[in-house]
Structure formats: structure tokens, C-alpha cells
Write a protein that binds this ligand. Structure first.
Ligand code: OSB
Ligand code: MG
Length: 368
């Protein structure tokens, strides 16, 4: 494989509605895209880092710097930068998994397009559509929340996830259960907003039959999550803490988690994500595909991953319209509560270059 150029492009898309989590409120999404050019094809990767390091330590400016100064030079200097070799080439540079994932995905996309192979097939997908859940932000009031949840259920979403934080946990869960019943697949996500001392408050969620509680404690709090798991009936599902397949195994063996949210960007790419899927599947541990408010580029690849057989719970793989009025690819739509898996080569979608150009805030091409 030969890479002739790599482009780093930054775009900004307004969100259809503000999205509030325990770590902040977003009204638009700044995105870093990586485009890899080879003689045979071009490939795209979306870096899932946000503008600020509030979800994790990574942020867009650092990812771009990392790519420009270390990752792209190391990969393009390699005589044969095969996608399956990228992780070992970038391994000497510590951390920065979201930056590494974006580059690996772009190279993988280019290689698969060159061979005419869809990403879903390359990863071992067994389905042609995936069930869609939706993540519902913290709202200003319970009536606002109920209106929002009602409209998502009307659209056909098959699972609701409520963002929670201290002061917005029991009341929203109770209200949603009271209004929409016990049959709604319901889970909550705290984005690390609690401490182990909050166990008694979190145990009050037990009667509501939630599928899981996502990342109640801090990213590095594996032991505390294991302790909390013994105090709750609701299963714990780690998100932020799971940074690799190795950490996933450690967390499972410690009893810190019994379900895993797989986000390819957080773990360094789709190949590592598949390893987590494989080890969880072998041990009967359910997984689902998380989201980072991706554009159609990142969403296409997530949907391919979510089509693997071990993804037994609906993911945060919502339709494009849940996030953006205008997406940079053909939008993903909800049909019967499901999203169709792209079956064209590579990630299977093309960026709409006119829209992409309009939303681009900066671009740089690194020639090799
Ligand atoms: O914790 O899963 C999360 C969005 C941004 C950052 C972190 C998270 C989320 C979501 C929404 O919950 C996921 C999505 O719909 O893309
Ligand atoms: Mg989460």
C-alpha cells in the first residue's frame, strides 16, 4: 500500500437541539476529518474528539497536532502501511487513541475501497440493519423531557437512554417509566458524575428495571465500579473507562462492568473495537455501539461495527436527523426503528463535497 497524501479537514455542524450532559452543553459539533489518498482510492476517517477535553483527555486541536507531527509521518514513512499494521506503527506514541483511530480508519477505508470490500464484511458483520437507540440529554424540566422522549418513541427508536447527573436522576427515570410504561427499553448514562458515596442514591434506580447504568464513576475508578456493582441491582456498563481490549478484560474480571459500550474512537479504532466484541462474545458479555455525535462518515463505520453478532443491545447509532439538519453524507434514516448497514466498499458512504466545503473551517494537505 502507498499513501500519496493525507488531508486534515475541520468542519463545524450545528446540532438540531442543544445536547446537555453532566460534563457540558453542546450546540454544535466541531469535527476533525482525515482523508487518505492512495493511487487506488481515497479513504475517510472521523476523529471523535470534541473541541474541549471534557469527555476524555483528548480534544481536536491535540488530535490534529498529534496526527500532523507524529502519526501521519510515522505511517507514511512505512514502506507498506497496511491498515492492519497501523496500530503497531503508531504504538510508540502514547495515548491519543481517537487520533490514531481516525488515521487507521481512513487507511482501512482506502484499502477496502481499493479492493471493493465493504467494512461491514471485513469486520464480520452478520446483519444488514441494526436496531437504533437514542441518547436524550439533560433537560430544563420534566415536561420538556417527556415531550422529547415521546417524539423519539413516535419516530420508532427502540431504546431510550437518559443522561443523568446528581439532581437529575430519579425524577426523570420515574417520569419516563410512569408515562411510557415498563416495556420501553430504558437505560441511563452519568458520564462519570457520581462518587462511590452516592451508591444509596443510585440504588434508588433499582426498582425501575433499567437495562444498565453507564459510567456512574470516574474513568480510572475500576475498583470503585466493582464495589458499586455489588451495591446495585442495575447492571453497570462502562464507557469512558474502556480504552482497550485489555482494559475491557480487566474490568470484566474485576466485576467492574457486566455490559460494555464499544466506541471505536475511544479504543484506538475499529480493529481494537472488534477485539473487544470478540472477547465479550466469547464470554457471553453483551456489548453495544456507543456514539460521539458522529457525522455520516463516522456513523457509517459505527453501523458496520454494530452489525456484528455480539452487539445484542441497541446502540447510540441514531439517524442523522437526530443530530444534524444537514449531514455531510447521504443521511442515515430510521426505518422500523433500524438503520441500514452500508454495503458499498469501505465505509460505504461518500461525503457530499459541496456541503462539506461549505462547512469546512480549515484544511491542510500533508504530501508524502
Ligand atoms: O457518553 O455516550 C456518551 C455523546 C457525546 C459524548 C459522550 C456520549 C454521548 C452520547 C450520545 O450519549 C451518543 C450519540 O448519540 O452519538
Ligand atoms: Mg456514555
Amino acid at each position: 500500500m502507498k499513501i500519496t497524501a493525507v488531508e486534515l479537514r475541520r468542519v463545524e455542524l450545528p446540532l438540531v437541539a442543544p445536547f446537555r450532559t453532566s460534563f457540558g452543553t453542546q450546540t454544535s459539533r466541531e469535527v476533525l476529518l482525515v482523508r487518505v489518498v492512495t493511487p487506488e482510492a481515497e479513504g475517510w476517517g472521523e476523529c471523535v474528539a470534541f473541541s474541549e477535553p471534557l469527555y476524555s483527555s483528548e480534544y481536536i486541536e491535540a488530535a490534529a497536532d498529534m496526527l500532523r507531527r507524529f502519526l501521519i509521518p510515522a505511517v507514511t514513512a512505512h514502506p507498506d502501511p497496511d491498515p492492519y499494521r497501523i496500530a503497531s506503527v503508531t504504538a510508540p506514541f502514547k495515548g491519543h487513541r481517537m487520533a490514531k483511530a481516525a488515521l487507521e480508519t481512513a487507511v482501512l477505508d482506502a484499502e477496502l475501497r481499493g479492493r471493493g470490500v465493504p467494512l461491514a464484511r471485513a469486520l464480520g458483520a452478520t446483519r444488514d440493519r441494526v436496531p437504533a437507540g437514542v441518547s436524550v440529554g439533560i433537560m430544563n424540566s420534566i415536561p420538556d423531557l417527556l415531550d422529547t422522549v415521546r417524539s423519539y418513541l413516535d419516530e420508532g427508536y427502540l431504546r431510550i437512554k437518559l443522561k443523568i447527573e446528581p439532581g437529575w436522576d430519579l425524577a426523570p427515570v420515574r417520569a419516563v417509566r410512569e408515562h411510557f410504561g415498563d416495556d420501553v427499553l430504558l437505560q441511563v448514562d452519568a458520564n462519570a458524575a457520581y462518587r462511590l458515596a452516592d451508591a444509596r442514591q443510585l440504588a434508588k434506580l433499582d426498582p425501575f428495571d433499567l437495562l444498565l447504568i453507564e459510567q456512574p464513576l470516574g474513568e480510572e475508578d475500576l475498583r470503585e465500579h466493582a464495589e458499586l456493582a455489588r451495591l446495585l441491582r442495575t447492571p453497570i456498563c462502562l464507557d469512558e473507562s474502556i480504552t482497550s481490549a485489555k482494559v475491557a478484560v480487566d474490568a470484566l474480571l474485576l466485576g467492574a462492568t457486566s455490559v460494555i459500550n464499544i466506541k471505536p474512537g475511544r479504543v484506538g479504532g475499529y480493529l481494537e473495537a472488534k477485539r473487544i466484541h470478540d472477547v465479550c462474545q466469547a464470554h457471553g458479555v453483551p456489548v453495544w455501539c456507543g456514539g460521539m455525535l458522529e457525522t455520516g462518515i463516522g456513523r457509517a463505520a459505527n453501523v458496520a461495527l454494530a452489525a456484528l453478532p455480539g452487539f445484542t443491545l441497541p446502540g447510540d447509532t441514531s439517524a442523522s436527523g437526530r443530530y444534524y439538519a444537514t449531514d455531510i453524507t447521504t443521511p442515515f434514516v430510521l426505518r422500523d426503528g433500524h438503520i441500514e448497514v452500508p454495503n458499498a466498499p469501505g465505509i460505504g458512504v461518500e461525503p457530499r463535497l459541496d456541503i462539506l466545503d461549505d462547512l469546512t473551517t480549515s484544511a491542510e494537505v500533508i504530501k508524502t
